[in-house]
Design a protein around this ligand. Structure first.
Ligand code: NAP
Length: 339
C-alpha cells in the first residue's frame, strides 16, 4: 500500500468511540448532501463503525451528484445506498425514504455574492422544507462558525452562549438555516443538533492545505486574518455522526472545531520548516478574527484525536507526494463575509 493510500485509509477508519456510539443510534440514517467535500469521509467512517459494531442499519446518501457518478460509485462501493435527488424539487423531496436519523449537509457558499436569492433559497428556505419532510426524525444540521462576528483576539472566542451576529449575506442565510430548523424543532417537537463547524481540515482542501501550498510554491502568506481554529475532518465527521445522540428539543447548538486558537504565521512557519523553505509573510495580523470556542463539543466527545502537528505533517507528506487536490479554496481570509 502506498503512503497516500495509508493516509486515506487511516482517515476513513472509525475510532472505538464512534464504534461504541453507533451501537446506540436507533434506526437507519440518511445523509443529505453526501457528494460534497465532507460527505464521503463521513459516510466511510459511519460504514466502518457500523460494520465493526456488527450493525445492519441502512445508510442512504443523497445528492444531485453533479460531479457525474464519481462520488456515487465510491459511496456505493462502501455500502451506502445512493439516491439522486434535487432537494429544491418537491417531487424529489417527497420520494426520499423517511428514516429515523438525518444528517443534513447541504449548503451554498462560493458564488453566493451575485447569486444572493439562490443563496437564501438553498440555505434558509430549503431547511423549512427538510424540517417538515423529516419532522418525525432526529436531525443533525450542518452549520458554520461564520454565524459569529469577527472577535477581538484579546478576548475569548464565542461559545454557544454568545448570540450570533452574522456578517454578509452568506453567513446571514446560514443563520437563517439555523433559525428555521430551530423553529420547526419547537413546532414539531423534532430533536435536532445544530453543528456549527469551522474549519474542517482534509489533505485535499482546507485552510492548512492552502497555507501549505503557498509555502511549498514560494508564494507569500497573507496573515491579515491572523488566527484560525481548525479540526481534522475525520474528527469533525465523527462528531457529526455522534451528534445524532445529542439532539434535543429545542435544537442543541454545538460548536465544532479544535481546541487551539492558531496563528496563521505560526502555521506557515511550521510548513516552511517541514519543506525546508523560506516563508514570505505579507500583511499584519488584524486585531480581530473569525473564531469559535468548541469546549462544549470537547466535553461531549472528548478532544479531537488528531493534533495540529500531526495535521501539518500529514498534509506536508500529501503535498510532497503530489496527492490529489480539491480545487475549492475556503477564502478563510475573507473579512467582510463576501464569498
Ligand atoms: N468544509 C468545511 O470546512 C465547512 C466549514 C463550515 C461549514 N461547513 C458546512 O458543512 C456542510 C458540508 O460541507 P461540505 O464542504 O461537504 O459542503 P459542499 O462541498 O458544498 O457540499 C454540499 C452538498 O450539498 C449537495 N447539494 C447542494 N444543492 C443540492 C440540491 N439542490 N439538492 C441535492 N443536493 C444538493 C451537493 O451535491 P450536488 O451538487 O451533487 O447535489 C453536495 O453534496 C455545508 O453545509 C457547509 O456549509 C463546511
Amino acid at each position: 500500500m502506498t503512503i497516500l493510500n495509508e493516509i486515506e485509509k487511516k482517515m476513513n477508519t472509525a475510532s472505538s468511540a464512534l464504534v461504541e456510539d453507533v451501537k446506540h443510534i436507533d434506526g437507519d440514517i440518511i445523509i443529505l448532501g453526501v457528494s460534497g467535500k465532507i460527505g464521503y469521509n463521513l459516510a466511510a467512517l459511519l460504514m466502518d463503525a457500523l460494520n465493526k459494531a456488527g450493525i445492519k442499519n441502512k445508510v442512504y446518501g443523497v445528492a444531485r451528484f453533479s460531479d457525474g457518478n464519481q462520488s456515487r460509485d465510491a459511496l456505493e462501493a462502501i455500502g451506502v445506498q445512493t439516491l439522486v435527488a434535487d432537494f429544491m424539487n418537491d417531487e424529489s423531496l417527497k420520494s426520499l425514504p423517511h428514516v429515523k436519523n438525518v444528517i443534513f449537509m447541504v449548503g451554498y457558499k462560493f458564488g453566493s455574492t451575485g447569486n444572493e436569492s439562490y443563496t437564501w433559497a438553498l440555505n434558509s428556505y430549503l431547511p423549512g422544507r427538510i424540517a417538515e419532510t423529516f419532522k418525525d426524525s432526529n436531525i443533525v444540521v450542518f452549520s458554520t462558525g461564520c454565524v459569529y462576528p469577527l472577535v477581538n483576539v484579546k478576548y475569548a472566542a464565542p461559545s454557544e452562549e454568545q448570540m450570533p451576529e452574522a456578517i454578509g449575506e452568506y453567513a446571514q442565510s446560514c443563520l437563517g438555516r439555523e433559525r428555521i430548523f430551530e423553529h420547526f424543532s419547537k413546532e414539531n417537537k423534532t430533536p435536532m443538533a445544530i453543528y456549527r463547524l469551522n474549519y474542517a481540515i482534509d489533505v485535499r482542501y482546507g485552510v492548512l492545505v492552502e497555507i501549505a501550498k503557498d509555502v511549498y510554491n514560494d508564494r507569500p502568506v497573507d496573515v491579515t486574518m491572523g488566527q484560525v481554529n481548525v479540526i481534522w475532518q475525520p474528527d469533525a465527521s465523527e462528531m457529526a455522526i455522534r451528534s445524532l445522540l445529542h439532539t434535543t428539543v429545542p435544537a442543541n447548538v454545538i460548536n465544532i472545531t479544535g481546541p487551539e486558537t492558531l496563528s496563521v504565521r505560526w502555521i506557515a512557519e511550521r510548513f516552511a520548516e517541514r519543506f525546508g523553505k523560506a516563508v514570505t509573510i505579507v500583511g499584519e495580523e488584524s486585531e480581530n478574527a473569525l473564531l469559535s470556542n468548541a469546549s462544549k463539543s470537547h466535553e461531549l466527545f472528548g478532544y479531537p484525536q488528531t493534533s495540529i502537528r500531526e495535521m501539518i505533517d500529514t498534509i506536508a507528506t500529501w503535498i510532497e507526494l503530489d496527492g490529489s487536490m480539491i480545487d475549492k479554496p475556503t477564502h478563510f481570509q475573507e473579512r467582510e463575509g463576501k464569498y
